[in-house]
Ligand binder design. Structure first.
Ligand SMILES: [Zn+2]
Ligand SMILES: [Zn+2]
Length: 376
């Protein structure tokens, strides 16, 4: 199926009349990932599931959610997590859930040496929130289903798991993947914000091309010959003719990838170091007139998001996370477009409820939400 990204909130910092705060879903064959869950997340998630039921031929089952990826600890990205976990508990979830997000190397050191958190740590660091959530019932024991709490120092690829039920921590050799995922992978990308932060990269291995059954039937091949060709083994027929397995498969679908930036200044290292990606959903808090603000608060302008997309080899840039001053997105789009004018990068702006679909063959469609369903 490729990927289906659902953007449930497109406002930065606080909800406005038109937009809610951050929270997205990435649906793939292996399951569902949630990227950030700001205030009111679970209501928006429930509404989106109802919309899917009514207007789409696929559904999103809560039981398919395997991982919650946080981009950073600002409350507009995290305040909805604990209430949602409590709902999962009330719904008697038993499947494991991975919760994963960034912190600093100093925090990891202090956790591993069982000492005090570093001086001057931001109140919004995930470690502070996670500890308070654990006190408020957010542990496997109290929720009744296994939750893995994994914090990472993204740039140095170091990972620690918090074990709140035993009040201990565990250093991990590598970042865990969502349980049971085999075709798709998650990876953090270093970003640049006022607290430890990362974007999340989702990639799928790509699928084998279709087996040419018709040709196999025309040649009256035996079951064993067909099975051999399907597995990629060349076959020799009774008359000595060789059949090459590669001629019986259509082209493989390539590797697909999508990225959700979270909050970041433009041109963050993790994102620009990619060689390509199908879709980059990038924050675009400010218009160019406010570029000083973007620099000071480590956010991006629409044109900065576009410059980042150019450097990351993205095929399609989706703008999101708009400041409260932004009503329509026309100006955002026109400023981003100016940067992309000589490129092939497609551009769109997200509203709450939109879906961006990437098919197995790499076709990208932005489905805009309207009260009567999605339209393109
Ligand atoms: Zn934000
Ligand atoms: Zn932020």
């Amino acid at each position: 199926m490729g990927f289906d990204i659902h953007i449930l909130g497109t406002s930065s910092a606080r909800p406005t009349g038109l937009r809610q705060v951050s929270g997205s879903l990435v649906v793939c064959d292996d399951g569902v990932a949630i990227v950030d869950a700001g205030e009111g997340f679970q209501s928006r998630f429930a509404v989106q599931r109802r919309r899917m039921k009514q207007f789409s031929d696929s559904q999103i089952k809560v039981g398919r959610v395997d991982v919650l990826c946080l981009t950073h600890g600002h409350l507009d990205h995290t305040w909805g997590v604990l209430p949602w976990l409590h709902t999962l508990s009330l719904d008697k979830r038993d499947k494991p859930l991975l919760v994963i997000g960034p912190t600093s190397g100093e925090v990891l050191d202090s956790l591993l040496s069982n000492s005090k958190l570093p001086e001057g740590i931001s109140n919004s660091d995930l470690i502070i929130q996670w500890r308070s959530w654990h006190q408020l019932g957010g542990t496997s024991k109290q929720l009744g289903f296994p939750v893995r709490w994994v914090l990472g120092d993204i740039e140095n690829d170091r990972w620690v798991e918090l074990l709140p039920d035993s009040n201990s921590v565990l250093e991990l050799e590598k970042m865990p993947q969502p349980k049971g995922w085999s075709e798709n992978k998650i990876k953090p990308l270093a970003t640049n914000h006022t607290v430890p932060s990362c974007g999340w990269h989702f990639s799928s291995k790509g699928k084998k091309g279709k087996f040419d059954r018709l040709r196999a039937a025309e040649l009256k091949l035996t079951e064993t010959q067909r099975a051999g060709l399907a597995k990629g083994e060349d076959q020799t027929l009774a008359d000595g003719k060789m059949l090459s397995a590669s001629e019986f498969r259509g082209p493989d679908s390539g590797v697909l990838s999508v990225v959700l930036s979270g909050d970041t200044s433009e041109m963050s290292k993790g994102i620009t170091s990619m060689e390509n990606c199908n879709v980059l959903v990038h924050e675009s808090t400010f218009l160019e007139e406010w570029s000083e603000h973007a620099k000071n608060y480590l956010h991006s302008t629409a044109s900065g998001a576009a410059r980042t997309a150019l450097s990351s080899g993205a095929k399609h840039l989706v703008l999101t996370h708009f400041g409260a001053r932004i009503k329509g997105t026309e100006d955002m789009l026109s400023q981003a477009k100016q940067q992309l004018v000589d490129s092939q990068v497609a551009l769109s702006a997200a509203s709450d409820g939109d879906r961006i679909q990437v098919s197995d063959s790499g076709k990208i469609t932005h489905h805009y939400w309207g009260e009567e369903g999605w339209f393109n």
